[in-house]
Design a protein around this ligand. Sequence first.
Ligand code: ATP
Ligand code: MG
Length: 427
Amino acid sequence: MADQAGDPLFQSHDPIFDRKELLHVGHVPDEERIVGRDDEIESVAAEVGAITRGDPPNNVMIYGKTGTGKSLISRHVATRARNASRGNDVDCGVLYVDCSEANTETRATRQLALSLKEGTGYEGNIPVRGVGTMEYYQHIWDVLEAFFDAVIVILDEIDKLDNSNILMQLSRAREAQKTDAYIGVIGISNKVKYRETLDERIDSSFGHRELFFHPYDASQLREIMRNREDAFQSGVLEDGTIELCAALAAKKHGDARKAIEILKEAGELARRTGSETVSEDHIKQAQEVAEINRIEELTSGATVHAKLALYALASHIVTGERETYKTREIYERYGSVCDLIATDPITENGLYRQLKEQAFLGVIESEKTGGGRSQGSYLLHRLVTDPKHIVKAVRRDSSLEDLPTYDDLAGTERATTDRDADLSSFS
Ligand SMILES: Nc1ncnc2c1ncn2[C@@H]1O[C@H](COP(=O)(O)OP(=O)(O)OP(=O)(O)O)[C@@H](O)[C@H]1O
Ligand SMILES: [Mg+2]
């Protein structure tokens, strides 16, 4: 009897999620769940599409902030191109390399050779170690020559590669008579700055188009999440929760991955607290956690001084009346924060450079303001996110956990409202 009922320690039925895998970070959605990127899909297809007719493709570089669908759309278009090629009797391969893992030319070419070989019946032996880049290239040309008319190579996170020689090799292969197969490269980066380094390092042989993917707006994020509503048991998501989640994510970053993560986290929260539905409150709480995580990720590579600069700006905003502060004002506050934790401050100019870096990461926005005829111009900095999240994220750095908390900073205000609340409960 007890057997049939199962162990009560483990619920047999998840009250919140039905197909939770739809919300997992690594989940690749089916074609019909991809929304809001029709123009981008067409643009990528226009560059590499000639391959499907047996003609030479263009190379393309895709730029855009994180979570804007670059990897997803590239793989989607490449797969469709391969299928369309088949219909035209063109043997087209698709290769995907994550250059954040295969971050050297040797690793990247080894991965290309090994995945190209897969399923072809190629008899050459491709050693996993002990050989150099040239040997891997040779295998690539040989497999291409024997089994393919064309190949689409996706080099994701291409800025992580230690050099861009691979772009030159792939784009010159036909010209250098290494192979007759057409090679179309899709390079992907979330660092727009990569363009500048690319221009310097690469010669005209990698003639390529550039596409920019923009952050999703609220209505696109809403569609993306609506398409995965079946991750939840029916009736669990309260009215308005997806709309709220989309609005919050669009306001902050327009990152689809983060929006989906918030939705999932909200579901976890509901489950943990024994709620039968996911409410707007769950979304708001999940969003806060996600935002602190995001700031922590963004600043994870930053120096302690950059974090202290952010903290100083946040503390100004919490205790002051304004939303924007001058470099000088931030520097002064930064000085006293350094005193608090007995750290030697860097120079004002050094701090200014740290702030610029943060502006690049999108944690703050800096705007030049004319200070009138005699004063010259100066920069005003504002936080892109809630100061509370900055304070929490900065204090997660173990060397900075002794800094005053958000509640400490907001202390005076809070103390009075708390007292008011206490008093009113007696009346
Ligand atoms: N248009 C879309 N339709 C449905 N889901 C999407 C869409 N765009 C993104 N997603 C979801 O968001 C996740 C992140 O997208 P993707 O990995 O393509 O972002 P990215 O631009 O490559 O980001 P990064 O620069 O961080 O690598 C995808 O796995 C997918 O689940
Ligand atoms: Mg990506």
